[in-house]
Every structure is written in structure tokens, then in C-alpha cells.
Design a protein around this ligand. Sequence first.
Ligand code: APR
Ligand code: PHB
Length: 390
Amino acid sequence: MRTQVAIIGSGPAGLLLGQLLTDAGIDNVIVERVSQAYVLGRIRAGVLEDGTAAMLDEAGAGARMRREGLPHAGFDLAFDGRRHRVDLAGLTGGRHVMVYGQTEVTRDLMERRAASGALSVYEAANVTPHDFDGARPCLTYEHDGATRRLDCDFIAGCDGYHGVARRSVPAGAIETFERVYPFGWLGIVADVPPVGDELIYANHPRGFALCSMRSLTRSRYYVQCSLDESTDAWPDDRFWDEIRRRLPAATAEAMTTGPSVEKSIAPLRSFVAEPLRFGRLLLAGDAAHIVPPTGAKGLNLAASDIRYLFDGLREHYHERSDAGLDAYSGKALARVWKAERFSWWMTNTLHRFPDQGGFGQKIQHAELDYLVGSRAARTAMAENYVGLPY
Ligand code: APR
Ligand code: PHB
């Protein structure tokens, strides 16, 4: 089989790239390791920058997001028993974020791809990129009991942090940068109304907490936990008690509790691989970088990578120019590192670190106090949160 762009991974990055390429008349095939149902079963974050929302519109997959998503003009910071609103719209000339689950983004993109007739191969085993340092790369994989070969012009590694694409690059050709955080996030989903109209990020001596949502009837909550925790040790009642202890009293009292429909613990990590291009293999999304979820940047960085990568591929095929592809890695990494910085900063400002000490806690409190008292500080936070320019 032959295509122009072989895409490894049917997550948001792979699906968004595939749709933009298809709509531009550039043939592409997505090869995915697990089933479609498995991809859709993943619970992930849910805040879209306006740039990401615009890209979903461009890919023809934004209608349900616009209909069911929740535009948010601000969020609250909670500490010392009080809440302080960060007025995103007022600080960024009217910009908002869209609260809409990544699972729904993935579903919308899958439905759009099915309607466009582009080929996705699910449950493909042992996907392996070959000869991407030359002009005739290909993928091999096993599917339906047979070994398949997909010849292509380019391979897009959209296969996430644990994928094969980055691991296929010769060790000497790639450099990685990483910071692993000494705690995790215990998250639940519950079909109860959210405690507030907007998100609440809480810094508390017992640890970080986040009140988020998926809709007006489905809440998403998180508490910072130690890495050796297990969800077995967190029955719903314990979770509800803990998150309410980390919130201002009035907020805790207003919280509607109920049975969790999903509960999981996720580690936090900052990670970047450089460069993002290796001949005809290009990395995008979580295959190239990971952010702690504090700043809700993971999906949004996948979108900006795909913006640059799609524009470069379209230029290659429609204008016979490789300037965009040659610039892809540098351009994407410039935005990635600013989002890594913001996510690292938000994580350091809002979480309790075991080795923080008294000085560290005082600095953290001063940071929060400065945010509350300075429009300039809140403007810097707001412009990063709604999304820096592409
Ligand atoms: N072969 C084929 N597919 C693979 C392989 C492989 N060897 N390894 C991983 N995959 C698939 C995964 O099953 C997954 O469906 O690649 C896809 C990668 O999707 P994501 O991990 O969602 O990454 P990405 O599309 O970059 O989206 C980033 O997803 O993980 C969240 O927080 C992250 O919000 C961010 C977003
Ligand atoms: C979520 O709703 O899952 C979410 C929202 C904001 C974050 C992280 C996660 O910063």
C-alpha cells in the first residue's frame, strides 16, 4: 500500500493532522496500535485554547464543541481560605478558553475522518518506521494476521510519549530534557454539578486541588497525592473529604458529592525531545513533549505542532517548497518551551513539594500574593493560559 503521509497514532494529534491533510487533498493513512474504543475510553484533560478550538473548526470537527462546550472567561485561584478570580477575558482583550473534554475532541475528529473516507488502521501491532533518513520511508506493521507495508513520503510520529516513533531515532540524533515531579494527581469524574461556574485551582498545606468540569452536570476533580498511592486506598468518601479540606469553607460546603464514574492517578512530568524532525520522520504532540497537566497545555501543544506540521506539508505538496518543513522543529519547539515554562511555573506555584521547606513555602505564597495584587502578573498568567500566539 502507498500513501503520501503515514501517521502513527489516532490520538488528537494524529487525527487533527489527518483531517487537515485529507481536506487539502493530501493522501494519508493513520496506523494505530489499539482499538478505536480503547482510544475513546481514555479520560484526559478538557481545556481548549482558542487557537485549538479554531483548528477544530478548520478541520470541520468543531460544531459539537461550539454547541456543547463551555466558554470560560476566567478561573479562580484559592489559597489562605479565599478565592481570587483571574479575569482571562478582561486581561487578554476578550479571549476565552473552551471547556470540552479531550475524549469528545477525539470522538468528533474520528467521526469527521470516517465521513471523509480516509483510512485508519486500528489494532496494528509492531508498527515500525523504516528508512526515514532517505527519500523512501515506509511503515511495517501486523494486522489481521499479516505483515503489511505502507510506503510513503513522510511519517508523522503522533504516537504519544510511549510511542515507537521517537524510540526509532538513533540515540545520537536526539536530545531529551526531563523533570519528573515528586507527586501525582488523583482524579475523579462524577455526574454531579460542578461546584463553581469556572475552574478553581487551590494551593493548600495539604496539597494542590483542582475543581474542573466536563459539562454542567459532570464534574472533574483532582487532588495532589503521593506517587505511591493507589486508587484502592481512596474510596469516594475519602476523596470528597480531602478535596473539601483543601478548598475555602464556603466552596467546600457548596460542593455536591456523589459516586465517581472514573478514578485514576497520573504522574506529572515535563519532557521535551529535540529536534522534532529526522529526515522524513516528524514528531508531534506527546511523542515530542509532555507537560504536567496543571496548565492544561498537552492537547493545545499537540494542536500548535499540527498547525506548523500541516502548513509545512501543504507547502511541500502544493507549492513544492520545503521551507515550512525545514522550519518545523524550531518553530514548534519555540512554542513548546514557552508552554513547558508556564506549566512548570503553575505546577511549582500551586503544589506542595516534599523538600520545599519554610523558605520555599514563603516564596510560593509571595508568588500567589503578587498575582492577586498585580494586574501585570495576572496578565502574564492569563495570556499563557488562553494560549500564546502560534
Ligand atoms: N503504534 C501505533 N500507535 C501507537 C503506538 C505504536 N507503537 N504507540 C502509541 N500509539 C498510539 C496510542 O495508542 C494513542 O492512541 O498513539 C496515540 C497517541 O495519542 P496521545 O497519547 O493522545 O497523544 P497526542 O495525540 O499527541 O495527544 C496529546 O493526549 O495524552 C494526551 O495529555 C495528552 O492532551 C495531550 C494529548
Ligand atoms: C480537566 O478538566 O481535566 C483539567 C482542567 C484544567 C487543568 C487540568 C485538567 O489545568
